[in-house]
Design a protein around this ligand. Structure first.
Ligand SMILES: Cc1cc2nc3c(=O)[nH]c(=O)nc-3n(C[C@H](O)[C@H](O)[C@H](O)COP(=O)(O)O)c2cc1C
Length: 489
């Protein structure tokens, strides 16, 4: 499998093509220090054999924010040194932190924008990126990733919303690229040519008048020209369309661009794969082989493999899926992909982040702060005498499913599999109680379901009985309920 082939990045060999992109954990306190919880979170990915671990956005400056890791001073180095060493000690994973500069936001809704920065402020930011990257190398990390995505400072220079009219002029692509160029040059001069520098930027801003694929292809090309060692893509996550909640600072993932950044369960799988493919094809066509990381609702090993095999990406980024199950790679290596706890993209993790709460996964056993460790010994859950008794019936335009509680080990959830007509069965839902309602079903089609229970140690029950149900066409002569009648004045 290409997915499991090693990969060389500027002298660093990554054991496989899987990357966990940066994901804020809110495990660090306001002090910005690495603590045991932070170490445990990243060691867990290493135990699961994730090729490249990107540590959550880590601030290069002291600006106030909620709980966030920092590397803005030498006093933060020992904690990061411990984190890198513990990850290296846990397996073959490589680890790089994502370093970030962000602008001020106020609870009133006011926010600082890059056109408010004086030239001296910009020079200071460039210096801060260089100094932070130096600390990253001193801490023993394998490389560094520059956060140039979403609503943050470097991304705002690249944006079509950049209002500057000086050398960083937002009206030209070259003006928009200038800040990144200076930062990259500074960081490279500090860390040296043999230290991998990755970048994360937006393949699409996903806001009104924001940039799309054509600009992103050229931004990516400039990054390749500047010797970036990998390009990790993201989408949206901007302030421009964020929804302001009174008394709260703006959170850049509350609008449509936030939806695109962390696409929820209603999005199809791989909604952004074409953007990574478009950027990769363009850069390769200009003679650059800079590795491209595709991201966005990738969770199925065969779909991930296809992206690599078809040349649409060089690496696979999975954020929420690896949060749900950090053992994804290990299970694929062992030929047990069916044991993967599949992310259902419910975005509880996103909501926790938004509220500055500890980021955990809805699928983990209640009350735990880290992903459970898989235990293959002993029996997993099993169905009671007489079977699972899975039953389906049509109710109010949905298909309601019920089954019996699984027994044995402590059951933490059930995966619901569905096949439409003669298609293959895929996980459509994960639930904690033995019932579910499938609301995205269409009259005239036939659906086949089965469920599997899993326990805290990741052990699955055998599949339940399967049920097939034909969804009837709606009766359009039926009157809708009175409450939904519209009156026309
Ligand atoms: C809780 C949470 C925190 C995130 N924090 C970051 C971050 O610090 N830096 C970043 O570039 N992206 C961040 N992201 C975005 C993810 O890296 C990723 O791009 C996004 O979740 C889509 O990938 P997925 O579909 O595999 O989850 C975060 C996402 C989530 C859900």
């Amino acid at each position: 499998m290409k997915l499991l082939e090693p990969f060389a990045l500027n002298g660093m060999t990554i054991a496989n093509r899987v990357l966990v992109p940066a994901m804020v954990t809110r495990l660090s306190g306001e002090d910005g220090l690495v603590n045991q919880g932070v170490i445990d979170r990243y060691v867990r990915y290493a135990q699961g054999h994730v090729g490249l671990i990107v540590v959550e956005a880590t601030a290069i400056h002291d600006a106030k924010s909620g709980p966030l890791l920092r590397i803005s001073d030498d006093r933060f180095i020992p904690g990061h040194r411990e984190l890198a060493a513990r990850v290296h000690g846990a397996g073959p994973s490589k680890i790089v932190p994502q370093i970030i500069h962000f602008m001020k936001v106020a609870r009133s809704g006011w926010r600082q924008t890059i056109d408010m920065l004086a030239p001296a402020d910009i020079d200071r930011i460039i210096e801060q990126f260089g100094a932070a990257a130096g600390r990253v190398r001193a801490a023993g990390y394998d490389g560094v990733e520059l956060h140039s995505a979403h609503a943050y400072t470097l991304s705002s220079f690249l944006s079509r919303h950049n209002k500057r009219r000086d050398e960083y002029d937002g009206r030209t692509l070259e003006g928009r690229l200038r800040m990144f160029g200076k930062v990259m040059q500074r960081v490279r001069s500090v860390v040296g040519s043999d230290f991998p520098i990755g970048v994360r930027f937006l393949a699409e801003e996903a806001i009104k008048d924001g940039y799309g694929l054509p600009d992103a292809q050229r931004i990516g090309l400039r990054m390749a020209q500047m010797g970036v060692d990998y390009i990790s893509l993201s989408i949206g996550g901007k302030f421009e369309d964020a929804v302001h909640r009174p008394g709260q600072p703006l959170y850049p993932y509350t609008g449509y661009s936030g939806d695109k950044c962390m696409p929820g369960d209603w999005y199809p799988p791989l909604p952004h794969a074409h953007l990574a493919a478009g950027i990769k094809a363009y850069i390769n066509g200009k003679g650059f082989q800079t590795p491209i990381v595709s991201v966005g609702k990738i969770s199925d090993p065969s779909e991930a493999e296809s992206l690599l095999a078809e040349g649409k990406a060089d690496m696979i980024g999975m954020a929420r899926q690896l949060l749900a199950d950090p053992d994804w790679v290990r299970k694929v290596e062992a030929g047990r992909p069916e044991k993967i706890i599949r992310c259902i993209y419910c975005n509880v993790c996103k909501q926790l982040d938004e509220n500055f709460k500890l980021v955990t996964c809805f699928l983990w056993p209640k009350g735990t702060t880290q992903a459970p460790v898989e235990d293959e010994s002993g029996a997993g859950p099993h169905w009671p005498e007489g079977g699972a008794g899975l039953a389906a019936r049509v109710r109010n335009g949905a298909i309601a499913l019920t089954w019996k509680r699984a027994e044995g080990a402590e059951v933490t959830g059930y995966d619901v599999y569905r096949a439409e007509d003669d298609g293959t069965a895929k996980v459509v839902e994960a639930v904690k109680a033995p019932k579910s309602a499938d609301r995205v079903v269409l009259g005239g089609l036939t659906y086949r379901y089965h469920v599997m229970a899993y326990d805290a140690a990741g052990r699955h029950s055998p599949p339940s009985n399967s049920v097939t149900i034909a969804m009837p066409m709606p009766d359009l002569t039926e009157r809708p309920p009175a409450s939904s009648e519209t009156s026309h004045a």
